[in-house]
Design a binder for this molecule. Sequence first.
Ligand SMILES: [Zn+2]
Length: 127
Amino acid sequence: MFKKGSKLYSIFTGSCPKCHEESMYKNKNPYILSEVLDMNDTCSHCGTKYKIEPSFFYGAMYVSYAVGIAFAVAAFVIAFFFFKANIHVVFASIVITLIVFLPIIIRWSRNIWINFFIHYDKTIAKK
Ligand SMILES: [Zn+2]
């Protein structure tokens, strides 16, 4: 499921959506916060331009709501059902989860967004 060629691979690794050969990001580690949004302009392997149009990645904000909610729901389920925490602790767990995972949420949102528009191309990847 997470192998090269699946969209999930590109989304979770932040690799080029077209060839999956290299990272779109200058620094692969999202927790280097000053570089969390620093992307290469194009893929050095296949030449895909990541920023399809100016302000292309503003659209990723809509995706980040959905991704954020997914993390919040996961935090809720774990805290409430698994640890049987009271409602205040559950709420705090959700807030802390969102803060801790924010760099990942930001990147996954971008990765999901660009994967809506650019699709894996096997012929390019095999070169
Ligand atoms: Zn590429």
